[in-house]
Design a protein around this ligand. Structure first.
Ligand SMILES: *Cc1c(COP(=O)(O)O)cnc(C)c1O
Length: 421
């Protein structure tokens, strides 16, 4: 393929996505009006509907005060439960397995308090070496909470020499050989750095066969790839709503607990009044009575104003449907890879995301040489109006988001990389 702008524009006319429902930032440089926004894996764009949604809650607060908890247009007390329904659909869960609360790392901690239960020689927590730092810190501190040494308790699985992505067969192999020492396997469904999509079903099955609990960080998977958490038997999962799910900066996270753990008195939790059954919550009794749903993991009052954008943001996924979005995502990333292949030969650029569409999400990561990734990202932004994310020392991440990214955005990224590298 040669880089051809007209071809990119024609593809956009044929396969337009839903960009018109979003506010796209202006470019900070280059010759186009709008930014080529390829950082929706960091913060999703603002859906146009969000401003009115938020304003309606502010109006309710102004006119109803505390009564807004029951009488707001979208009553505040029950808003998290209503949001659990589209959240559950996104990840293939039942609404009672899903709860919207806190933020991602906090939720991972709350879930590990329940599901990381080291005993005897089965104490290890297995993560991927390229885990997001917050996840790494979280598991190390969980090991320490149990009086264990994080250095020996946390195992970091590495790709094979000369490879960038972790192979499913290697994760499965580790579990087969050393699984009896593993208490918890906690991996990213789509790796934040390489964009690799892990075979969640196969790894979950292997973890269970080894006798381990299997949890997933779906920060880069929810709203990106099709998920069937209930059917796959995943024990627990957590994800954020501000990346692919476009619910705004600081949007609360979501969590999943499989139905087989719900209502199990052997599962311990950190409790607060919001985890009490809603029918008796306001009786103010001294002993908690949790419901047999994921709501039992709630601790505190929901952050209503931060939740508000989720209603319209998640609706866009129900309208488009994940299968259609995923299909468009594969077309976009395939186009982007082809466009990059047209410019990487002879340049210090190397695509590290797996080539097979079934092994990647909506992200293509590129290792760069000769200049720092951060410097390159700045030049892409200010000289070409292309927004990409950089991870020092040498990776830039390009995420064409199927709801709003265009082929032209991908073309611009490839053309700008060619100009700067
Ligand atoms: C974005 C991201 C986080 C961020 O966690 P917060 O608690 O929401 O700040 C954690 N883990 C992964 C894998 C992420 O991609």
């Amino acid at each position: 393929m040669t880089l051809d702008e007209t071809d990119a524009l024609r593809r956009d006319a044929d396969d337009p996505g839903r960009r018109h429902m979003f506010l796209v930032p202006p470019a900070s440089g280059g010759r186009y009006e709008e930014a080529a926004y390829l950082v929706g894996n960091s913060l999703g764009l603002q859906p146009r509907a969000v401003r009115d949604e938020l304003a309606a809650h502010l109006d309710d607060w102004a006119t109803l005060g505390v009564e807004g908890h029951w009488e707001a247009h979208d009553p505040w007390l029950s808003l998290p439960q209503r949001l659990a329904v589209p959240s559950a659909r996104l990840v293939g869960a039942r609404p009672e397995e899903t709860v919207v609360m806190n933020s991602l790392t906090v939720n991972l901690h709350l879930l590990m308090i329940s599901f990381y239960r080291p005993s005897g020689t089965r104490t290890r927590i297995v993560i991927e070496d390229a885990a997001f730092p917050s996840d790494s810190y979280a598991v190390r501190s969980q090991a320490a909470l149990h009086g264990l040494d994080p250095e020996t308790t946390v195992v970091r699985l590495r790709p094979r020499a000369g490879e960038d992505a972790l192979r499913t067969e290697d994760v499965v192999g580790y579990l087969r050989d050393s699984g009896d020492t593993v208490a918890l396997l906690l991996l990213g469904g789509v790796n934040y750095l390489t964009g690799e999509l892990v075979d969640i079903a196969a790894v979950t099955e292997a973890g269970h066969a080894a006798g381990a609990i299997v949890g997933w960080d779906l920060a880069h998977a929810a709203g990106n790839v099709e998920l069937r958490l209930h059917d796959w038997g995943v024990d627990f999962a957590a994800w954020c709503n501000y990346k692919y799910l476009n619910s705004g900066p600081g949007a609360p996270g979501s969590a999943f607990v499989h139905a087989r753990h719900l209502g199990d008195p052997a599962v311990r939790r950190l409790d607060g009044w919001w985890g009490n059954d809603e029918s008796t919550r306001f009786e103010m009794a001294p002993v908690n009575r949790p419901p047999a749903t994921a709501d039992a993991w709630q601790v505190s009052t929901p952050q209503t104003l931060a939740l508000a954008p989720m209603t319209s943001a998640l609706q866009l996924f129900d309208e488009a449907g994940m299968p259609r979005l995923r299909a468009r995502s594969v077309r976009l990333t395939s186009y982007l890879m082809d466009a990059l292949d047209a410019v990487t030969p002879g340049r210090p650029l190397d695509v590290i995301t797996p080539r097979e569409p079934g092994r990647r999400g909506a992200q293509v990561s590129v290792r760069v040489g000769g200049q720092s990734a951060g410097e390159l990202a700045k030049r892409l932004r200010f000289e070409h109006g292309v927004l990409v994310d950089s991870r020092e020392p040498d990776v830039v991440r390009l995420a064409p988001v199927p709801l709003y990214s265009s082929y032209h955005d991908c073309w611009r990224a490839a053309a700008a990389l060619a100009a700067l590298c």
